[in-house]
Each structure stands twice: as C-alpha cells, then as structure tokens.
Design a protein. Sequence first.
Length: 185
Amino acid sequence: MMTMRRAVESLLTRLIRSRLGIALMIAVLVLGVIGTARLVSGPSDLTAGLSSRPREPITTVDPEEGDDGVIATPVPESPRTRPGELTPEQTATRFTTAWLDGATTPAERWQSTLRPLSTPALTEKLAGVDPAGVPAGRVTGAPTLRPRTAMFAEVLVPLESGRLRLELVAPDGRWLVDAVDWERE
C-alpha cells in the first residue's frame, strides 16, 4: 500500500510540475467558476445575451388595418366640378384643340385662347413659346381621365404622333390645365 501511495504522489508531483499539468489545473479552475456562475444565476434564456434582436416581432402596420399592398389601394376620389363649369375631360379637349391650332394661328392669339383654360403659372411658362413647334396635328381618340384627388386629375389625349398628358387642377371647382407634357410613341 505504501508503494501505491508513493507511486500516486510521484505521478501527481511530476504532473503538477509539467506544462500539461498546469494547463489541466487551469481548465478545471475555469470550468468550476463557469459552472458555479450558472448554478447561481438560475435558468437561462437561450435567446438572451449579446444579441440585439428584439424579443417580439416588429410590426410596422396595425394588424387590424388589413392588407396594405397594391390591391388594397383606395380608389381615387372623383373629380369635383363646380355647377356650370367644364369637367376635366371637357377642359382637356378644349385646351388640346386650342393647343393644336397653334400651327395655323399667330402666337398672341394662340396664347390668348389657352389663357382661360390654363393656370397663371402655365400661362407664364407659355409666354415665349412658339406655337409652330407643337409636335402634333390632330387628335386620334377620346381623352382618358386619371383622377388623383377631388381637385387634381391627369388627362391623356392620344394624338397622331404621340400622347399629350395634361395635369389639371381645380382648387375652386373650376378645372384649369397646370402642366403639359408630350410623350412620343
């Protein structure tokens, strides 16, 4: 029994003095500290820790609101016209007729014909425009109304060499052309 005791002491003494022995002692010490800390801290939440993710899903829309996709887009309000005034389509048709007549009329008369159908801002922009530069000659179809709000609409007028896009506004119920754009086909 004595030999056995000396053999164990000799083994432990050599083991403690070696690098391997020191590494094993440090590992046992570290594992002991970690084990003790876990026992003291109680049950752990696996999702807690250094992560910055939220505990609950992030919602950006009220779930009671319904689908917010393109299909659920509300229909724009119908344009409102003051009684006795022109509708957006009628204003666009008269403006287009006057716009296309510019090639055969003097500039001053052309602008005076457009003035009652245009906003002051558009009238000012058209002040120096030469009507001979209008790129189309005749209307080829009915105007298409795209209502945006009760006081703003877009009208597309098909022409022989493209499409005239007019933006109309009616802040007081009277429709006036506010912008003119030309789309070639």
